[in-house]
Structure formats: C-alpha cells, structure tokens
Design a binder for this molecule. Structure first.
Ligand code: SF4
Ligand code: SF4
Length: 211
C-alpha cells in the first residue's frame, strides 16, 4: 500500500502553465488518493487544461497503452501531461508518451503492503518527494543503482551501469529522455534537492493501524 498526496501549490501551479492534459488514476483505492483535493485543483485551473480523464490501473502497461492510443490526439494537441497517481503510473505514461513532457501531480509515500496491479518494468520506492518532474518521468531512485539524485556518477560504460552491467544507466536514460524533449539544458545548474527522510516516517505514522 502507499499514500499519494498532492504536491505543493507552487510546483503544481507551474505545471498548469504548460497547457496540460490531465490523467487521474483511480485504480487502487488503497493509495489514499486525494480525490477531493484533485477535483478542487482541477476546477481552479479548468481554463488551463485541454482535457481530463479518469482511468484505472495506469500501472498496468497494457491498459495504459490502449488508453494512450485512445487519447493520443488530445495529448498531441496539449503542451504536456499531468498524471495524478503513484510514481509507477506516472512513469508508465511517460514511457508511452516519449514526445511529451509527463509530470507528476502527487508525491508517493510508503505504506506497508503491495503496490500496483502487476509486476512492473518501472518501479517506485515511494520516497515521499517525487523527482520525476526533474528527470523526464524516469525515477532516479529506482533506475540508478546508487539512487543518485545528482547523477551521472561517471562509471557508466556504453550506456550500462557500473554496478550492474546488465542494466542501462538510469542517468543516461534520463539525459536521453530530456534531450528528446529538447529540455536537456535544464540539467545544467539544476539544484540537488536534499531528501527529507523524516517526511516519509511522519506520514506513515498518520496512517498506521498497528500498535
Ligand atoms: S522519485 Fe521515484 S521513488 Fe520517489 S516517488 Fe517518484 S517515482 Fe517514487
Ligand atoms: S552508472 Fe548510472 S545507473 Fe549506475 S550508479 Fe552510475 S549513474 Fe547510477
């Protein structure tokens, strides 16, 4: 299980300036999805968005692929996509929309139990401070063996990770993705955000049902 919480107002306001198409995932009820807050936010920004859909189980790539085919034209005409879901859902949509900036509307926090409908090709460690909006929708925590937020470490060879040569270097993937979107310059001088691990612990306590 996990908790999805809306990102801070400042970050969300900037996302709505990109003429987004909005996707809400209502797949699993166990994620404490902030339904009313999302609705209020969308109402507030209704003139800035090109469309809104509510979909189930974005984490299931087969479903999401079909959804993206259905809404492809709408997305093509939009400036970006905002996804309100856990980190897995955002990554799946980013993978399926290589030519569009895909952004996370929520932070994902850890809670005991399962996540998502099936085993994923992408993963989310539920770190509580989602970085997908800086990394083109590829998670630096799970795609990089060292979970670096300021990669690349310098050890990659031929695009493969120095820790696990069978896996692609996550930070090369991030760079290529940003380059494909023509925003690779955003990597230059970007702030290294320090993570506040206590945030995850505090949040989990609010939902803890065990003694
Ligand atoms: S940065 Fe990665 S681990 Fe953290 S919430 Fe986003 S997808 Fe999950
Ligand atoms: S080679 Fe790439 S994926 Fe591997 S630890 Fe270094 S930055 Fe991370």
């Amino acid at each position: 299980m996990l908790i999805t919480k809306l990102k801070n107002k400042e970050e969300l306001s900037a996302l709505f300036e990109k003429r987004p198409f909005v996707i809400k995932c209502f797949g699993c009820k166990e994620v404490y999805f902030p339904e009313n807050e999302v609705e209020a936010l969308l109402k507030e920004n209704e003139t800035k968005i090109t469309g809104v859909v509510r979909l189930d189980y974005l984490c299931r790539e087969e479903f999401s692929k079909l959804y993206m085919e259905k809404y492809g034209l709408k997305i093509k005409d939009s400036g970006s996509v905002i996804v309100f879901s856990c980190g897995v859902g955002v990554q799946v949509i980013a993978k399926l929309c290589p030519e569009k900036g895909v952004f996370a509307g929520c932070d994902t926090y850890y809670l005991d139990g399962f996540q998502g409908l099936s085993v994923q090709n992408v993963n989310c460690e539920q770190c509580g401070e989602c970085y997908l909006n800086y990394t083109g929708g590829i998670c630096p925590i799970t795609a990089c063996s060292k979970s670096l937020l300021n990669g690349q470490c310098g050890g990659a060879k031929n695009g493969k990770c120095e820790v696990s040569p069978e896996m692609d270097c996550g930070w090369e993937l991030i760079y290529k993705r940003l380059k494909g979107l023509k925003i690779e310059e955003t990597m230059k001088g970007s702030k290294v955000l320090l993570r506040n691990y206590k945030r995850v612990i505090d949040e989990k306590k609010k939902y803890d049902y065990s003694d």
